[in-house]
Design a protein around this ligand. Structure first.
Ligand code: LLP
Length: 430
């Protein structure tokens, strides 16, 4: 159980009003110490491989790399980011691959990139395996299997079962082993990821599926990956997975497989959300407060262009108010604020631009402190799939990103400029 404060003035000892004055709003702020703690939580696993799609700023990748975390990439762009953050394209023979490309297709850019840098590939479709085998015969590959079941915090994040496009269907594993043979590919890795934001009950079914599939692949295997999906806490009542229990479950499966194969297996975990969600805050300014019938709206300068999870999944993010208008240098009085039911929305020309909504687009409200225009509102637990899913909708610039480390704020991405918005656009001579 966890409760979230409804007012806050700082993060990791750094004043939020100072951050907003210096870097503007909306700005994403990440607390490095939280990410480091989350990495430490998972140290029992041989390899922690960060699913960078959750938060792919190269400063974050550099931070996790310095803490011994390897990286997953799902596109040529993510491979580029991993290399820019200092990851080597491939490790020493026998050592875990620093970067793994995991996808269900190769677009042409990604295929060119993995070949150019000799990046290890995790194939999620028979076609991908064919395409890779025909240009890189003799390589080692990982297969991502859809075990026939899945689970996620939303139907949109469930990656297993017949409704999902992800992975190689479990009944086609033998066919894929034959495709691999035909190209001289050696299947050294097996990977299962059943969904994002799932729970221990569902995750525990994955070990059994992995054991059966691994036996089917046989002794070429050197690595098994449990995928990602570890949940994080967004509201009171949410729970973490017991990491020690989860590791024991996987370790037991791994040991049974090692006994059968007669050699060691590396056990990988591939978390995204778990490592970064709680480190991240989206800091926005309240720019208007309006009354619509019985509803009070706080309208922010951040919208679903900055944080899409509420409009996409009805996701709940904790919110807090930073007391004291930004323009006033004086410190706010310490008086307790009254709470009121508030609807929180953004600046976009679309009625779905509401942060307090349930799945299906139903507007809800939240008990928040009575606030004034010019005060800051912080959307919390926003480090995973926050900035990373941002867009330029309504020609809004992408937000700035700031990393807090050792009590100091570091700008890790400048806010986009109007020129950035039109870069690459051309008016043809007609
Ligand atoms: N591995 C694979 C192959 C994945 O597809 C994903 C997430 C992960 C690992 C990391 O999952 P995590 O540990 O973060 O749950 N935008 C959604 C989440 C989409 C997840 C996509 N794949 C959200 O905001 O909840």
């Amino acid at each position: 159980m966890s409760t979230f404060p409804v007012t806050r003035s700082e993060i990791a000892g750094v004043s939020l009003r100072d951050i907003a004055r210096r870097f503007g709003t909306p700005t994403y702020v990440y607390d490095a110490a939280v990410i480091e703690q989350k990495i430490a939580d998972l140290k029992a696993f041989d390899v922690v491989r960060f699913a960078q799609k959750a938060c792919s700023n190269i400063a974050i990748l550099d931070l996790v790399r310095r803490n011994g975390v390897l990286v997953d990439a799902v596109s040529a762009g993510e491979i580029h980011r991993a290399l820019a953050a200092g990851y080597k394209p491939h490790g020493e023979p026998g050592a875990p691959h620093p970067i793994v490309y995991t996808a269900d297709i190769f677009d042409r850019e990604a295929l060119a990139m993995v070949l150019k840098h000799d990046i290890h590939v995790n194939c999620g479709s028979p076609d991908m395996l064919h395409q890779y085998g025909s240009v890189k015969p003799g390589a080692n590959v990982t297969l991502r299997i859809n075990p026939g079941f899945g689970h996620g915090h939303s139907q949109k994040t469930n990656t297993g079962g017949e409704q999902s496009k992800h992975g190689i269907w479990h009944e086609q594993l033998d066919d894929c082993l034959r495709i691999a043979d035909r190209h001289g590919l050696s299947v050294t890795g097996l990977h299962l990821h059943i969904g994002s934001g799932t729970d221990l009950e569902h995750l525990s079914q994955v070990c059994g599926a992995m054991e059966k599939l691994a036996v089917q692949v046989g002794r070429t295997l050197t690595t098994i990956s449990a995928g990602g999906g570890l949940p994080t806490i967004y509201k009171a009542g949410d729970t973490y997975v017991d990491i020690a229990k989860y590791h024991t479950m996987w370790n037991d499966s791994r040991k049974r497989l090692e006994a059968q194969f007669g050699h060691k297996l590396t056990l990988e975990l591939e978390p995204g959300r778990y490592l970064v969600a709680e480190s991240g805050y989206l800091v926005a300014e309240i720019r208007a407060i309006k009354q619509m019938g019985k509803n009070t709206f706080y309208l922010l300068d951040a919208g679903f262009n900055n944080l899409a999870r509420p409009i996409l999944y009805g996701s709940h993010h904790p919110m807090s108010i930073v007391p004291g208008p930004l323009d006033e240098k004086t410190d706010p009085s310490g008086a307790e604020r009254e709470l009121a039911e508030i609807v929180v929305g953004g600046p976009l020309c679309e009625s779905g631009d509401i942060f307090t909504q349930a799945e299906g687009g139903f507007v809800t409200s939240r008990k928040l402190p009575v606030a004034q225009v010019g005060e800051l509102l912080v959307l919390e637990c926003a480090g995973a799939y926050g900035f990373a899913m941002g867009s330029n909708y309504n020609s809004k610039p992408l937000a700035a990103e700031v990393l807090l480390k050792n009590g100091k704020p570091h700008l890790i991405r400048a806010r986009q400029t109007p020129e950035d918005l039109t870069r690459g656009e051309v008016i043809p001579t007609l």
